[in-house]
Design a protein. Structure first.
Ligand code: NAP
Ligand code: G4F
Length: 342
């Protein structure tokens, strides 16, 4: 019999790749979309157009326990992936209460619905945890055993979701696991996250349709991987006999500035750097300033450095990423350049 998966967050970057991945594995995929005043299914439209037989869309919202219960009890899934979130760290400082409703209590709503389901011991649950929980890092590199120290309302809310997942696993014997995923990007990445803002900005500058790219902290370091590799890891965690938590990361870290430099290299765009810290500026070959920093994009408290240790996933899940840093940049740059050119 075909397995049934339910994806919260299916209209997002990871949810859309996960839907592609599970459909290839012959799952029946049920996907949740939110009511929105404009179309929000761009990332899954390609599926809907050609694979309607195994793909089902439902309106829902993770903050509404009535809808969460109704969907879980009627779909009767084998696997539930909770990828739904207010996923922007900077925005979480502006809407902390809302971020907690979605990122923390949303997870609890799903776990409660599983607990009250007749199939409760058969349903597997995946919680989309994050390296943001390490925040002010207490150890390098960060593994499953590194203590957490979140630095944003986003990170704090995700830490609640992490621990409530463990608590429901221990208290009610649910198959509930946490992925602790480091940053992962792709051509489907939201346009306000730094990597996509850079790939779009530099492609537009190269094509002469944007003059300047204005960013925040260029010296923060992130362990960036590709979303396609990371959704495979999510699925692998759900295929284990016992639920456990796993760090997913590449084991390499780069500054935001290095990300810009790699993009510029692939676009054959020369940048001459001058100044330090917030005064750092990038100039083109004619001496025109094309990159500068603004306080507007700095956060009240920053996560300066992230570097993951995914040894456990590599050995137990046999997971290994196919994309390295330059392949990731290439995928994003190629996609944005082609799209913008046409
Ligand atoms: P994303 O592109 O921002 O997608 C978030 C998804 O959640 C969207 O489908 C969004 O729907 C949905 N959503 C938001 N609020 C909701 C609500 N109240 N009810 C139902 N759905 C809701 O994020 P992503 O990059 O794919 O990340 C997926 C998950 O992994 C998130 O939980 C994120 O926090 C976590 N994570 C991401 C990374 C990363 O680097 N990408 C790393 C670690 C963990 P709309 O399309 O309607 O907005
Ligand atoms: O791309 P970012 O916004 O990602 P951030 O904050 O690391 O969060 C992402 O990864 C987390 C995993 O660690 C996920 F849980 C979370 O959902 C999200 O997907 O920012 C990356 C870095 C930060 O240090 C930020 O200060 O880039 C710096 N940055 C510099 N200029 C900027 C900008 N970030 C954004 N968004 N926009 C800028 O102009």
């Amino acid at each position: 019999m075909k397995k049934i998966a339910l994806i919260y967050g299916a209209t997002g970057q990871d949810g859309s790749y996960l839907a592609d991945f599970l459909l290839k594995k012959k799952y029946h995929v049920h996907a949740i979309k939110r009511k929105s005043s404009s179309l929000n299914t761009e990332r899954i439209d390609h599926i809907y157009e050609k694979n309607t037989k195994n793909f089902f869309l439902h309106y829902g919202d993770i903050t509404d326990p009535i809808s969460v219960n109704e969907i879980i009890h009627s779909v009767n899934p084998d696997e539930i992936y909770n990828l739904a979130a207010q996923s922007h760290v900077a925005v979480s400082f502006k809407i902390p209460n809302y971020t907690a409703q979605v990122n923390a209590l949303g997870a609890l709503n799903i776990l409660e619905a599983i607990k009250s389901s007749k199939k409760r011991n058969k349903i597997k649950y995946y919680q989309a945890g994050t390296s943001e929980m390490y925040g002010k890092v207490q150890e390098n590199p960060q593994s499953e055993n590194t203590p957490f120290y979140p630095r944003s309302p986003y990170g704090v809310a995700k830490l609640f979701a992490h621990w409530i997942t463990i608590n429901y696993r221990e208290a009610y014997d649910l198959f509930a696991c946490n992925g602790i995923l480091f940053n992962h990007e792709s051509p489907r990445r939201g346009e306000t996250f730094v990597t996509r803002k850079i790939t779009i900005g530099l492609c537009k500058i190269k094509l002469g349709i944007q003059k300047k790219l204005i960013l925040g902290n260029l010296y923060a370091k992130r362990d960036w991987g590709h979303a396609k590799d990371y959704v495979e890891a999510q699925w692998l965690m759900m295929q284990q006999k016992k639920p456990e938590d796993f760090v997913i990361a590449t084991g390499h870290t780069h500054t935001v500035k290095s990300f810009i430099i790699e993009c510029a290299k692939q676009l054959n765009l020369k940048i001459i750097w001058k100044g330090k810290g917030i005064k750092t500026k990038g100039y083109d070959k004619n001496g025109k300033c094309i990159i500068e920093c603004s306080k507007k994009y700095f956060r009240p408290s920053e996560v300066d450095f992230l570097l993951g240790n995914a040894k456990k996933a590599r050995s137990k899940l046999k997971w290994k990423p196919n994309f390295n840093f330059s392949k990731l940049v290439k995928d994003m740059i190629t996609n944005d350049y082609e799209k913008l050119k046409s």
